[in-house]
Design a protein around this ligand. Sequence first.
Ligand code: AMP
Ligand code: ZN
Length: 136
Amino acid sequence: MSCLFCSIIAGEIPCCKVYEDESVIAFLDIGPVSIGHTLVVPKAHAENLEAGSLADAERLMSAVYSIAPSITKAVGADGYNLGMNHGECAGQDVMHTHLHIMPRTSGVPRSFTKTHPSKEELAATAEKIRNEIAKR
Ligand code: AMP
Ligand code: ZN
């Protein structure tokens, strides 16, 4: 079975990683709706939240709790949207559980339209985020 996010987790496809622990990886979305848009992904493959274990769901939210403030600070945002698309009907394109962290800034309209930053721009954002997470 081929799965894009399993390939990223295995290191077969590059990503702009910002965080990793035993059970979760977080990397920048390649089509961010805002600067710092991050995907938090359980390492164990499951199509969606309830197809995985409760422990994985808890570890996923634990990672969000721990890194979302650093992401927000790193990109100079004021808050964030969390989002998870369950099923094609909900807009899920990648059938491996993932949670979107979308930083938001006061006065900037909340767009859900994808942008197309360069690899260099994404890499620079990821570095800022990693540096902020390292300060925790
Ligand atoms: P969803 O629609 O919730 O399944 O979200 C999947 C997300 O994965 C989209 O926002 C895509 O922009 C993002 N995406 C697709 N391919 C990659 C990739 N190779 N690296 C990082 N993000 C990706
Ligand atoms: Zn997978």
